[in-house]
Design a protein around this ligand. Structure first.
Ligand SMILES: *Cc1c(COP(=O)(O)O)cnc(C)c1O
Length: 390
């Protein structure tokens, strides 16, 4: 019987060495050896699967990749040094001058920079569409030269949900590659490929690492698409370090239990805070007041670990809230065992104009909480005392 993805994420491993180790070893090596000239020739001629050089492939990185491929239900994958190199490689491996990229407008900040600043340097056009666009609006936004649709769902930091089935149907009809950043949900919260995505990209730095230690990224999806991305990476060098792969591969063994608890804590916090006097509105995918609650229920297994809320008093209240926190950490990362608070308008998205921020639902008083694994009441108590003193 075929094993479940979470079993594969624990049991897939590099071949055991003669030492008979139980936990898989770390192959911290730049290159690999051959017995003789003929074996070396055959390896370089692609006549076998031997490793050559860790920029191309490495057993520890392959273990992480194979586990992610199993979790996402993909055909193939390639692991990269960071989430951004995964996003960039998925564009550069597949797009060329004259192509058009259609993206939802609420994307991770550096992704926005890549799309709007760097792709045009190579003659790749782009346009943005609202996360809540209808099927007609999605159709109207595609162009004859649209080669890829790129989305994040839930979006960062606004937590908007995009209907994966709706967008994938349009992409399929028009023969467009559908590429989904699944960083916020993780494969345990949502599997975009099950809803028709061709490619899934991740920042493994967040929930996948889960403890804020290493950077990493991965692209998984259709074999023929991953082949082109691999070819781009093999020559340009954004490959994942074997050490980071070893750390991240161990993390995958606990991803299911961690995400279950992150989501449970987040739902508890969201329910407890929703009617707080200082909060104008709160967003969590699995709270019925979320504008796309029904889509979230359709495509997500849990609501994930991020809760957002809007403070009634706006920008200064946001800064006061951060200053009042005693336990939650002020840091740029998310997806950690430790709960984290951030205020996008004064930090990660401060460079955008007010208008640009509002277009992607980043209001002056928006607070994003990455809910950790501390006791749910300790997290809640710290947030409530910080709110009360705002
Ligand atoms: C962090 C993040 C990225 C970029 O990943 P890095 O590992 O920081 O390069 C991309 N997309 C989303 C949604 C993210 O949160």
């Amino acid at each position: 019987m075929e094993q479940h993805p979470i079993t594969k994420a624990i049991r897939i491993r590099t071949d055991q060495t003669n030492e008979m180790e139980h936990s898989s070893p770390l192959f911290l090596t730049s290159s690999f050896c051959y017995d003789d000239a003929e074996e070396m020739r055959a390896t370089f001629a692609d006549e076998n699967d031997n490793n050559i050089y860790s920029r191309f492939s490495n057993p520890t990185v392959q273990e992480f990749t194979d586990r992610m491929v199993a979790l996402e239900g993909a055909e193939a994958g390639f692991a990269t040094s960071s989430g951004m190199s995964a996003v960039f490689a998925s564009f550069m491996g597949l797009l060329k001058t004259g192509d058009h990229l259609l993206s939802c407008n609420a994307v991770f900040g550096s992704t926005h920079t890549v799309i709007s600043k760097y792709l045009p340097k190579y003659g790749i056009e782009y346009s943005y569409i609202n996360a809540d666009a209808s099927a007609e609006e999605w159709k109207a936004a595609t162009r004859p030269n649209t080669k890829m649709i790129y989305i994040e769902t839930p979006t960062n930091p606004g937590l908007d949900i995009i209907d994966l089935e709706l967008v994938s149907a349009i992409a399929r009809e028009k023969n467009i590659i559908f590429n989904v950043d699944n960083c916020f949900a993780t494969p345990l919260g949502q599997r975009p490929i099950d809803f028709g995505a061709d490619l899934v990209v991740h920042s493994a730095t967040k929930w996948i690492d889960g403890q804020g230690r290493v950077l990493g990224g991965i692209v998984v999806g259709k074999k023929e698409l991953v082949k082109d991305i691999h070819a781009f990476c093999r020559s340009t060098g954004p490959s994942m370090s074997p050490f980071n792969a070893w750390v991240l591969s161990r993390s995958l063994e606990t991803l299911d239990v961690r995400m279950e608890r992150h989501a449970k804590n987040a739902l508890y916090i969201a329910n407890a805070l929703e009617n707080h006097a200082k909060i104008a509105s709160l967003k969590y995918p699995f709270v019925p007041s979320h504008p796309q609650y029904n889509i979230a229920l359709k495509q997500m297994k849990n609501g994930g670990g991020i809760v957002c809320f809007e403070l009634k008093e706006g920008l200064q209240a946001g800064r006061n809230f951060l200053n009042n926190l005693k336990m939650l950490t002020l840091t740029a990362n998310l997806g950690d065992t430790r709960s984290i608070a951030s205020h996008p308008a004064s930090t990660t998205h401060a460079k955008l104009t007010e208008e640009e921020r509002l277009a992607v639902n980043i209001t002056p008083g928006l607070i994003r909480i990455s809910v950790g694994l501390e006791h749910q009441d300790d997290i809640l108590n710290d947030i409530v005392q910080a709110l009360d003193n705002c």
